[in-house]
Ligand binder design. Structure first.
Ligand code: PHE
Length: 444
C-alpha cells in the first residue's frame, strides 16, 4: 500500500518552505566569501547569468519531475526512465551530493551556534578588526568545540526530519522574514558607517582579465548550490506539492528572494572589510569576523549579534533539513525501512564524514593538510551539482513525456513561457554547463 504523502498546505507555505531551503549558508556565508576570493565583478555577472538563464528553468524541472513521480531523486529517475541504469546512476549521484554537502554544511552551521553563545556571554565584545580573525582561528582549531557543534547540528536536523516539518514550517513563516529584515538593516548600517562605494565597485565593475575556467565553474556551481539544485532536494520538495499550486510563480519568488539575500549579504560585510584595516586572512571566515567589528560599535551589539547568528543558524537548519530529506527518502523508499531508522542511519554516516571537515580547519593536521572541507565542497559544488543539474535538464527536456510535462507546468498566466522553458531544458542549460566544464578542463 502506498502511504499517503504529506503535502504543503498552501502555495505560500510551499514558497516559504522552498525559500527556507534555498536561503541558507550558501547565500550568507558562501556567496560573499567566494565572490570576495574571485574578485567580484565578473564573477557576479556569471553567477547572475547562471541563476537566471541556466538554473531557473531547472528549478521548475526538478519540482515538476518530483511532483509527477511522487518519489525521491533516485526513485524518480528509476520510475520515469523505466529502470534505465544510466539514469539510476544519475539518481545515485544526486543522493551522494546531498550526503556529502550536508556533512560539511553542518560543521559551518555549528559555527553560528558558537557565535550565539559567545555573543550572549559578551565574549566577542572586546574584539577589534585586528583580533577577530585570530579568535576565530583559535575556535576552528579546537577539536572538541568543532565536533560538539557539528554533532548538535546534525542532531537538531535529524530530530526535525523524524518528527515532521510542520512545526518548522510555522517557525519559518516568522523567522525567515525576520532574517531578511535583519540583513537589510545590518547592510544599511554597514553602508551608513563605512560607505558603499567600494562595495558597489567591487561587485558590479567587471574586469575581464579575471576570466578563468575555475572561477566561471565556481560561479555556475554556486548558482546550483544556492538554489538547492542538482541533488534532488527540489525533486523531493516537489513530490510534496499539491497539483493546484503554480510551480512557475512560486519559483520566480524563490529565485528573486534568494538572489537578493545573497547580494545583500555582501553589502553587510564588504563595507566593513573595505572600510577598516581588517586583514582578511581566510575569506571563508568573513561572516564570523567582519560583522563582529560593527556589532561592537553599536549599542546592544552583543544582543543584536546573538539574534542575528541565531537567525542564520535557523536558515541553515531549514537547509540541512532539505539536504537530509533526499537521503532519507531514498533510504526509506528503496530499502523499505522506517523513516525513523532511515534518518538515524543516514545522519550517523553523514556525521561521520563531517568529522573530517570539523577537524579540517586547523584542529587536526591530517585533515587540515588534506583540505578536507575545501575539497569536498569543491567536488560537490563545482562538479557533481552542475553535472547533476545538467543531466536533470536533459532528462526533463528529452525524456519527460510532453503531456505530463505540460500538465505539471500548468500555468495559465505564464503559458507562453512553456516553449522557452522546454527549449532551455533541451539545449541551453545543458550546453552552457557543458561548455563551462570544457572551459575549466582547458579544452579551449
Ligand atoms: N541552498 C542552500 C543554501 O544556499 C544549500 C542547499 C543545497 C540546501 C542543496 C539544500 C540542497 O544554503
Amino acid at each position: 500500500m502506498q502511504e499517503q504523502r504529506t503535502q504543503w498546505s498552501s502555495s505560500l507555505g510551499f514558497i516559504i518552505a522552498s525559500v527556507g531551503s534555498a536561503v541558507g549558508l550558501g547565500n550568507i556565508w558562501k556567496f560573499p566569501y567566494i565572490t570576495y576570493e574571485n574578485g567580484g565583478g565578473f564573477f557576479v555577472l556569471i553567477y547572475l547569468g547562471a541563476i537566471f538563464i541556466v538554473a531557473f528553468p531547472i528549478v521548475i524541472a526538478e519540482m515538476s519531475l518530483g511532483r509527477h513521480a511522487q518519489l525521491n531523486a533516485f526513485g524518480t529517475f528509476k520510475k520515469l526512465s523505466k529502470n534505465n541504469p544510466f539514469w539510476k546512476a544519475v539518481g545515485l549521484m544526486c543522493i551522494f551530493s546531498a550526503f556529502a554537502i550536508l556533512s560539511y554544511y553542518s560543521v559551518v552551521a555549528g559555527w553560528t551556534l558558537d557565535y550565539v553563545w559567545e555573543s550572549i556571554n559578551d565574549n566577542l565584545q572586546k574584539l577589534t578588526a585586528e583580533t577577530v580573525g585570530t579568535r576565530f582561528g583559535a575556535f576552528l582549531a579546537s577539536p572538541w568545540k568543532q565536533i560538539l557543534l557539528h554533532t548538535v547540528f546534525m542532531f537538531l536536523t535529524s530530530m526535525v526530519v523524524i518528527r515532521g516539518t510542520s512545526g518548522i514550517e510555522k517557525a519559518v513563516d516568522i523567522l525567515m522574514p525576520m532574517l531578511g529584515l535583519f540583513i537589510l538593516i545590518i547592510a544599511g548600517t554597514s553602508i551608513y558607517n563605512f560607505g558603499s562605494g567600494s562595495t558597489i565597485d567591487f561587485l558590479f565593475n567587471c574586469n575581464f582579465s579575471q576570466i578563468n575556467g575555475s572561477s566561471v565553474l565556481e560561479a555556475v556551481g554556486q548558482a546550483f548550490f544556492t538554489l538547492s539544485l542538482g541533488l534532488g532536494a527540489m525533486i523531493v520538495y516537489g513530490s510534496y506539492l499539491p497539483k493546484k499550486i503554480s510551480l512557475v510563480k512560486s519559483t520566480i519568488w524563490i529565485v528573486i528572494l534568494d538572489t537578493m539575500i545573497a547580494l545583500l549579504a555582501c553589502f553587510m560585510m564588504y563595507p566593513i572589510i573595505f572600510g577598516t584595516d581588517m586583514e582578511v586572512k581566510r575569506s571563508a571566515t568573513i561572516l564570523f569576523t567582519s560583522l563582529t567589528v560593527q556589532f561592537n560599535m553599536l549599542p546592544g551589539g552583543s544582543f543584536i549579534s546573538a539574534i542575528f547568528y541565531l537567525l542564520v543558524g535557523f536558515a541553515a537548519l531549514t537547509s540541512t533539513i532539505a539536504l537530509l530529506e533526499p537521503v532519507v527518502s531514498f533510504i526509506d523508499e528503496t530499502f523499505n525501512i522506517s523513516r525513523k531508522k532511515g534518518t538515524i542511519l543516514s545522519a550517523f554516516f553523514i556525521w561521520l564524514l563531517g568529522v573530517g571537515s570539523a577537524l579540517g580547519n586547523g584542529a587536526s593536521d591530517f585533515f587540515t593538510k588534506l583540505n578536507f572541507m575545501g575539497n569536498l565542497d569543491g567536488l560537490t559544488a563545482n562538479w557533481t551539482l552542475p553535472i547533476g543539474g545538467m543531466l536533470i535538464a536533459v532528462f526533463a527536456g528529452w525524456f519527460f513525456k510532453t503531456k505530463d510535462k505540460k500538465e505539471e507546468f500548468n500555468s495559465n498566466e505564464l503559458k507562453y513561457f512553456y516553449p522557452y522553458w522546454n527549449f532551455t531544458l533541451k539545449f541551453i542549460s545543458p550546453l552552457l554547463v557543458f561548455i563551462v566544464i570544457l572551459y575549466k578542463l582547458g579544452v579551449f
